[in-house]
Design a binder for this molecule. Sequence first.
Ligand code: FES
Length: 103
Amino acid sequence: MARLVKVARLDELPPGAMKTYEVEGRPVLLANVEGSIHAMGAICTHEEWDLSEGSLEGDKVVCAGHGAVWDLTTGKAEFDEELQPNPVYRTVVKEGVIFVELE
Ligand code: FES
């Protein structure tokens, strides 16, 4: 059953920021895109760079490793070769706290 897990305070993640958190053993990238919080698996499935080391461009993250472009809304990457998608999680912000929905 889906449940909400508390991950971070909203004030840790201003617009344009992203950061990797460990959420119940899984690395989850949180990104603030103009005030809306996105959550996606944090590890690039190419060679396992942490995506928080890359750059946030709109709702896309460019991997610092070799430039794969990840779409935070779909969990899919654009790259020379096909990459396994990353999971995308629903987020809820309540009273200044960011929650991620896990199955
Ligand atoms: S590790 Fe991300 S593009 Fe290679």
